[in-house]
Design a protein. Sequence first.
Length: 197
Amino acid sequence: MLIDTTAINQQRHCFDADAEIWIFGYGSLIWKADFPFLEKRSAYITGWERRFWQGSHDHRGTLEAPGRVVTLTPVPGAICHGMAYRITPETLAPLDHREKNGYLRELTPLFFTDNFTDNDSSTNEGDQTQGLVYLATDDNPAFLGPAPLDDMARQIAHASGPSGPNRDYLVNLAQALRHLNVDDAHIFALEQQLNRL
Ligand code: SIN
């Protein structure tokens, strides 16, 4: 089901206009950073695993034939690797719009895994900070939940939406994770199943 969390997100975790915010991306935000950022660093958060359990009716599917995109599911002790971006508060507006189909801003500790920066204005703030993550919980109306691997791969193979084929989302995410040297059994198994079809 298509929903719109934009207005809710604008009321959550508000920041002063001159604040700088770290946002942690674990899905398309890793490989499609089409928003302005001051710095990016690979990072991880703890207690969550990435899963293709969120429906996409607005980007990688339609109302009639939703695609599947990633959200996070709580798993004690788990580590989820991704990419963190340092942004200014005005960048939250396009991000809220992009993540509007069920995702809510949450605050999380995040841990940097490298010293890589995109420009000279690195914050050098050490290995850990507090950041935002967009999380689609299992009670949101667009949540699809788990399904057999083959069913999920077939759904992803056939779905397409305004942002393009659902398949590209999975393939690009798997490629970005390989590039980060991240092993994610769920993502790579799904990619393999997609390639078998
Ligand atoms: C994220 O990438 O952090 C959120 C999910 C997505 O937009 O794919």
